[in-house]
Design a protein around this ligand. Structure first.
Ligand SMILES: *[C@@H]1O[C@H](CO)[C@@H](O)[C@H](O)[C@H]1NC(C)=O
Ligand SMILES: *[C@@H]1O[C@H](CO)[C@@H](O)[C@H](O)[C@H]1NC(C)=O
Ligand SMILES: *[C@@H]1O[C@H](CO)[C@@H](O)[C@H](O)[C@H]1NC(C)=O
Ligand SMILES: *[C@@H]1O[C@H](CO)[C@@H](O)[C@H](O)[C@H]1NC(C)=O
Ligand SMILES: *[C@@H]1O[C@H](CO)[C@@H](O)[C@H](O)[C@H]1NC(C)=O
Length: 353
């Protein structure tokens, strides 16, 4: 008798539990339905019809990390012998710049920042650093790279493009940031008095540098070389390979909603085509565990450059996964300094001038 009573007591509880389970299923499945609807329908539509959202997602210029940088105190960010200044572009933009002295000049000149500008013609190679999207010239992984370049006795010129950091706050575009990279080069070139000038682009900065430096070559200003850290072939390839868009790629409307509008919005960054037939030596660095820009894109760019550029040095260095350099930390490679300096020396020795 007793088990039976117990069972009849259990029955409503079971029914209640079943109802609960059913309700939870309904709620979670409608929750998933809403998420799916958002992710696959609403976001692509908003993306297609909002050029400012496209620009925002690609340039991430509103992401300011660290948030309150005092650019006039580079030493607070751990870098010695650095001067903060601003340049004006031909279209009236003000750009914030840091100039890092080479190590061999620190002892003598570090304390007198009025000499820094003249020292650009002292003979040590000059590297113009073009950062990737988000943040500023003060970001930690960027400062780490300035250290590497300072230690191999190079000047570093690190510029923030328009709409980034303390540079003029305007609507960002490929044309705008490419103009800034060209203007920075011209500013340095006027003061270098023949001292070799190299470009270093990281991530989105590789697209900016490649575009700008190919145009400079067409103007007859020959950069001595270009270093591309974690580059991509062109923006549409990068969007297709980017992990967060990978699920969208399966959808038949991917090209229509994601790729086409970005191209119509003139965000092309066609590094493959821009660097075709260029004469400057190029060094590509890419980590195999880069999940932001897969190394296959760097490798593809390298093969394309080998095929389309003759009699000019093109190098590729791929870093194994176990180093864990990822997208931003090739600067941790202990051999990076020597490797870079070797590339710089060879480029100078082989240059036609
Ligand atoms: C940055 O440092 C300068 C000079 O020390 C100071 O005058 C200025 O107020 C500081 N700016 C900010 C935003 O803290
Ligand atoms: C140059 O150094 C002086 C003295 O240390 C400092 O007050 C000034 O802000 C520096 N100027 C620049 C452009 O870094
Ligand atoms: C830049 O500003 C100067 C003076 O402020 C002005 O004469 C010139 O037309 C401006 N140029 C552009 C491209 O806006
Ligand atoms: C880099 O090169 C210098 C001299 O060329 C050498 O002394 C140093 O050991 C090298 N460093 C590494 C990490 O290979
Ligand atoms: C590159 O050239 C500089 C200056 O000529 C020299 O001091 C340095 O040892 C060279 N470094 C490498 C890695 O070849």
């Amino acid at each position: 008798m007793a088990p039976c009573m117990c069972f009849s007591f259990m029955k409503p509880v079971m029914i209640f539990l079943l109802i609960c389970v059913f309700a939870t299923c309904c709620i979670t499945s409608s929750f998933f339905a809403i998420i799916l609807f958002l992710v696959f329908i609403i976001i692509p539509i908003v993306f297609r019809y909002s050029p400012s959202l496209q620009r925002g997602m690609i340039f991430l210029n509103y992401v300011r990390m660290p948030s309150s940088v005092n650019y006039s105190h580079p030493e607070m960010y751990g870098i010695r012998g650095t001067r903060n200044f601003h340049i004006k572009t031909n279209d009236n933009m003000t750009l914030g710049v840091w100039h890092v002295l080479p190590r061999n000049l620190l002892e003598k000149y570090e304390d007198d920042n009025s000499t820094y500008e003249q020292l650009l013609s002292h003979g040590e190679p000059i590297v113009i650093y073009m950062h990737g999207n988000s943040g500023t010239r003060a970001n930690e992984h960027r400062v780490q790279l300035y250290h590497v370049l300072q230690d191999i006795n190079c000047h570093v010129i690190a510029v923030d493009y328009r709409s980034y950091a303390d540079s003029t706050d305007v609507e960002v575009s490929e044309l705008g940031v490419v103009t800034d990279a060209m203007e920075m080069f011209r500013w340095v070139h006027k003061r270098a008095n023949g001292t070799p000038i190299f470009g270093w682009g990281h991530s989105l900065g590789t697209g900016i540098g490649a575009h700008a430096y190919s145009l400079l070559e067409k103007e007859g200003l020959y950069p001595n070389g270009l270093i591309l850290e974690a580059p991509f072939t062109k923006m549409s390839d990068e969007i297709r390979e980017y992990p967060l868009t990978k699920i969208h790629r399966l959808l038949p409307w991917f090209e229509f909603f994601i790729i086409e509008p970005v191209e119509k919005n003139n965000i092309i960054f066609d590094t493959e085509t821009n660097l075709m037939n260029t004469k400057m030596p190029i060094l590509i660095l890419h980590a195999r565990d880069d999940i932001v820009i897969p190394y296959q894109l760097g490798e593809k760019l390298y093969k394309h450059l080998l095929e389309t550029r003759k009699n000019v040095n093109t190098e590729l260095v791929l870093y194994d996964k176990h180093f864990k350099y990822g997208h931003k930390h090739i600067c941790k490679d202990k051999e990076l300094g020597n490797r870079t300096r070797k590339f710089i020396n060879e480029s100078i020795n082989n240059s036609p001038q």
